[in-house]
Ligand binder design. Structure first.
Ligand code: HEM
Length: 395
């Protein structure tokens, strides 16, 4: 099968297509999106660190100067939120925003959250075990990271149910060629989410609590749009991928019973197991970059103004870097996967994600030692953010 991100069979198993791309067209033009696909680990890894590319071009040129159309007017609320978060900014704005926010995400700060993460994970898994199982994604994978990031930011418990649908709708815009319906849903979600956060920030400015929104609301140099963009980014990025690593990870374990038995027999494998699960079925399959100067990738000349699509899922299965890349090896010691990215946009939440995953997998291994699959899961249609609809298990 060829690279076909709108085909459910490809989404379910993109790895043969990737192998073909790496062999035959490691840097190849993809007509339907007008992007250059980059399939090899060495190229993806180098491009993520290359300052001649950017998540945006708006720091150096207008849409017109870059030979691109401005987004349609109706999308303005979505872009306003998106473009104010650090992920879609480049230096110097990126540096400034990342520095402000990273204080809350140092490994030491995040490590201090571990007891609370453990408590939440333990509580969710206890309830799941007591009811005899069910949908692991809805009952454990989603609520854990949503609760953790919502508590960090200080989103009241009664409002947390809003976060997941807003995030899912907003993230629809990250898929390749989203439908008009998905675009409208994303814009609606961005408008509601931004309005909600403006209200919350105004409240906290007057009556600060011990939370990140209060802390950010006190920073005078942060504009209101930057505050909203930052909170939306943290709330969305703070759970989307973690949910999918949990779901994809357990599905990988069920498909590799020998490895699952190995992990059950030796929980000390958990740290390498989590890295391996993130490599083997990468939750974020692709990230894009704009080419800001003429460059060459793997011997192919790529002109300024082009967009490249970096295929993380392919890079993570590259035999040039990983021994037997298609084998799930929970003890894999040499594992330079790029699931958290690389370079200046390297995932700010990686230490937190690792703690969440260790605690949720750990709690499930301990409290549900014989958990088994009830029925084969179905993949959601999304390719870029790739995860399961549900994962039905019995305890
Ligand atoms: C296993 C879960 C996660 C994965 C696989 C993941 C992956 C990534 C990747 C690949 C990027 C870089 C994208 C690019 O270069 O274009 C990124 C950026 C980011 N992630 Fe994560 N992430 C995860 C969890 C989290 C969590 C829990 C947070 C918590 C707040 C978070 C916050 C962020 C932020 C703020 C950025 C933007 C960093 C910047 O632009 O400098 N992520 N993430």
């Amino acid at each position: 099968m060829r690279f076909d991100p709108w085909n459910p069979d490809f989404v379910a198993f993109p790895y043969d297509a990737y192998a073909e791309l790496r062999r035959e067209a490691p840097v190849g033009f993809f007509e339907p999106t007008g992007q250059w696909l980059v399939a090899r680990h060495a190229d993806v890894n180098a491009l993520l660190r290359d300052r001649r590319l950017g998540r945006t071009y708006l720091h150096v040129a207008t849409h017109e100067e870059f030979g691109r159309l401005s987004p349609p007017e109706f999308q303005e609320p979505w872009w306003r939120v998106n473009n104010a978060g650090m992920l879609d900014l480049e230096p110097p704005e990126h540096t400034r925003l990342r520095r402000l926010v990273s204080r809350a995400f140092t490994p030491r700060m995040v490590e201090s959250l571990r007891p609370r993460v453990k408590e939440i994970a333990g509580g969710l898994v206890d309830a799941f075990v007591a009811q005899g199982g069910g949908d692991l994604i809805a009952e454990v994978a989603e609520p854990l990271p949503v609760t953790v990031i919502a508590e960090m930011l200080g989103v009241p418990e009664s409002d947390r149910g809003l976060l997941r649908p807003w995030s899912a709708d907003m993230c629809g815009m990250f898929e390749l060629n989203p439908s008009l319906e998905a675009q409208h849903a994303a814009v609606r979600a961005a408008t509601e989410f931004a309005g909600y956060l403006r209200g919350l920030a105004a409240e906290r400015r007057g009556d600060p609590g011990d939370d990140l929104i209060s802390a950010l609301a006190q920073i005078e140099e942060l504009t209101e749009d930057e505050l909203v963009g930052t909170c939306v980014l943290l709330l969305n990025a703070g759970h989307e991928a973690t949910v999918n690593v949990t779901g994809n990870g357990w599905w990988a374990l069920f498909r590799n019973p020998g490895e699952l038995a190995r992990l059950r027999a030796d929980h000390s494998l958990l740290p390498t197991a989590i890295e391996e699960l993130m490599r083997w079925d990468t939750p974020l399959q692709m990230f894009e970059r704009w080419v800001l100067e003429d460059i060459e990738i793997g011997g192919v000349a790529i002109p300024k103004g082009v967009e490249v699509a970096l295929l993380f899922g392919s890079a993570n299965r590259d035999p040039e870097v990983f021994v037997e890349p298609d084998r799930l090896d929970l003890g894999r010691a040499d594992n330079p996967h790029i699931s958290f990215g690389a370079g200046i946009h390297f995932c700010l939440g990686a230490p937190l994600a690792r703690i969440e995953l260790a605690e949720s997998f750990g709690a499930l291994l301990t409290k549900a030692p014989a958990m088994e699959l009830v029925k084969e899961p179905v993949w959601k249609p999304g390719y870029v953010i790739r995860g399961l609809e549900s994962l039905e298990v019995a305890i």
